[in-house]
Design a protein around this ligand. Sequence first.
Ligand code: DHB
Length: 366
Amino acid sequence: ARAQETFKIGLILPMTGASASTGRQIEAAVKLYIAQNGDTVAGRKVQLIVKDDTGVADVTKRLAQELIVNEKVGAVAGFGLTPLALSVAPLATQAKVPQVVMAAATATITEASPFIVRTSFTLPQATQPMAEWASANGMKKVVTLVTDYGPGIDAEKTFTATFTKAGGTVENLRVPLANPDFSPFLQKVADAKPDALFVFVPSGYGAQFMRQFTERGLDKSGIKLIGTGDVTDDDLLNGMGDAALGVVTSHHYSAVHDSAENKAFVAAFKKTAGFRPNFMGVGGYDGMHVIYEGLKKTNGAGGEALVNAIKGMAWTSVRGPVSIDPQTRDIIQNVYIRKVEKVDGELYNVEFATIPNVKDPVKAAK
Ligand code: DHB
């Protein structure tokens, strides 16, 4: 009987507001995945229901409740910011509905419900290689500047712990999530004269950061700009101008990642969406992959069986080889060190080193 039932996916995203680029990336990638793989899997018709939570956690929670109770969705997915993902976790647990986190990246999120599976990344996973690279490349003094909530605090703590253990010194600055003005913090950075500024801002905030960084003259100060790849995300990067050239970041995806799978993905994405995919789009695309492959493995069964089928799944993503850690339900993936360069006249994060098969270090240490 179940094989005849539609499998509804409730995709809850910030389609408006400061994180709207995350929403449009993931929506485009999910639709591309369905167009390429068909809208029937394991005999079940797949129906996508997209909802705009405007980036407000109370709205995310209400929408998830409605989708679970009224629409009887087989999975909820999306979640553009950490508080949005966390607001839904108790509902997923209670209703036994898989929650596929395609974007939000605070390490602890997967611990909030056994029904959460994550296809994005964690900030400690992306940050630790950057701290090691900075230390190995002669930097002694770094200022960190992070957005003051879950992922930023994860990035700050991981960078500081790794870099000071290697003998460096760190000063920490935090900027509010809502309507951030980076100028006063950038003045403090200029005064401190570190070897490098390490920055984390969520996807969508990088352009304003780079504008203020340049306005303050920091691009010509000799202070190197480093960070996780959120600040140079591919959706905005090409609009940032030459001030972004040379910025070194660590991340799990670049639109110029050199593989046949990625070249085909980028071409298809650009053709259907009309813009360049970024790491959020890839989180959405791989989120659909685990739902589809999990449904195949379970002959169309959802719920706890679907979560169990996703645990341990391994495949070649457009970002490189990945798997879902069966213990933590987080993604194990390569982290790349990249530098902003011009490729065919456009700005890209060009990968030049690979740290293979990185697990979230916070949970690995438990
Ligand atoms: C989160 C949001 C982002 O846009 C990002 O790049 C990283 C993390 C978050 O809220 O978890």
